[in-house]
Design a protein around this ligand. Structure first.
Ligand SMILES: *Cc1c(COP(=O)(O)O)cnc(C)c1O
Length: 360
């Protein structure tokens, strides 16, 4: 175990490598093993497999240290979203970005259709409109940058207004990762992650997580996880922690690749719009030739993989509106690029070749 006083001053890169390790002792492994257990000897802290697992705890300790709170892991990002949305009372008002992750918007719409809550969908870039929508709200959901529109919210200002209205503030930090944004320091009550994406980072595990610095909220949310059972798989938690060890390296490389590619794409005549928030590894482009050109682009690459999801070491792309549930306010010809950690010249050569096909 690192010296706790030194650990407090360490940079996130060092925390990513060191947090969630067993104590440094002779013959102790450097990593927590995968503990496969559905039950434990009685009268301890764990008791049963749905209440806790040492492998989950190791991942939770590491992500908690990076975000600055206590973490709970879940079976997926959307299982986490469902658990957090369930914080509000029957019929309560929830403010959410109209361009939040599609699954989140669909959950909110489903809950509204069943009379569970009232939804107010907002443009997160319009701080004044979001502030107005916070009136009487029980929960304000933010995502910044949004997926796939890459819009940014003024989290600090919105959190202040939302708290004045007595609402919880939740930030989905999947795109930014704790290395680029720490929402708990900006006023959020709960941070949510699809750990499936950057945190795990290798396209081989599904996992979700939340982090909060509020002990009472932690207890409520842990109680929900115990009761509903949306618990992570042990292997998935282990894979995500293994992925987390290199988060800083992967994010740095993906970001430098993305920055470089965004600039080159801006100069390409087949591309009418490039959206890049200035950090992170996601770039959205709109093809001048419309949805057909976008469909041709995703079929014409060889290094870039045509696939949904994002945040892995491998570069992927997809036209988002191929999903029927994606809102009509997302351009039909928008292609989301999840930039990986390959060599940027290889990525550009492949993309440029595919854009030539589209352009002719
Ligand atoms: C993928 C994603 C989710 C959902 O996570 P799953 O692990 O796929 O359930 C939530 N929010 C954002 C921003 C995402 O990209």
């Amino acid at each position: 175990m690192p010296d706790p006083s030194a650990a407090e001053t360490w940079s996130p890169a060092t925390t990513a490598v060191t947090a969630g390790r067993p104590p440094h002792e002779p013959d102790r492994p450097l990593n927590h093993p995968i503990t496969m257990a559905s039950t434990y000897g009685a009268t301890g802290d764990l008791e049963y497999g749905r209440y806790g697992n040492p492998t989950w705890s190791a991942f939770e300790e590491a992500l908690g240290a990076l975000e600055g709170g206590r973490c709970l892991a879940f079976s997926s990002g959307l299982a986490t979203v469902a658990t957090v949305l369930d914080l509000v009372g029957q019929g309560a008002t929830v403010v959410a970005p109209r361009h939040a992750y599609n699954g989140t918007v669909m959950q909110v719409a489903d809950l509204e259709a069943r009379g569970r809550l009232t939804a107010r969908l907002v443009d997160v870039t319009d701080t004044e409109a979001v502030a107005k929508a916070c009136d009487d709200a029980a929960l304000v959901w933010l995502e910044s940058p949004t997926n796939p529109a890459l819009e940014l919210a003024d989290i600090q200002t919105i959190a202040r207004v939302a708290h004045d209205a007595g609402a919880y503030v939740v930030v989905d930090n999947t795109f930014a990762t704790p290395l680029r944004q720490r929402p708990l320091t900006m006023g959020a009550d709960v941070v949510v992650h699809s750990a499936t994406k950057y945190l795990a980072g290798h396209g081989d595990a599904m996992l979700g997580a939340l982090v909060t610095a509020d002990d009472q909220l932690y207890d409520v949310l842990k109680g929900r996880r115990d009761l509903v059972g949306a618990i992570p798989g042990t292997l998935e938690a282990w894979l995500a922690l293994r992925g987390l060890r290199t988060l800083h390296l992967r994010v740095e490389r993906a970001e430098s690749n993305a920055r470089d590619l965004a600039e080159r794409l801006r100069a390409h005549r087949a591309v009418s719009e490039v959206r890049y928030p200035g950090f992170g590894g996601i770039v959205s482009i709109v093809l001048d030739g419309g949805p057909d050109a976008a469909d041709r682009l995703v079929r014409s690459t060889s290094l870039w993989v045509h696939a949904t999801s994002l945040g892995g070491v491998e570069s992927t792309l997809e036209r988002r509106r191929r999903w029927k549930s994606e809102p009509a306010t997302i351009p039909d010809a928008l292609v989301r690029l999840s930039v990986g950690v390959e060599d940027v010249e290889d990525l550009w050569a492949d993309l440029e070749r595919a854009l030539e096909v589209v352009d002719t």
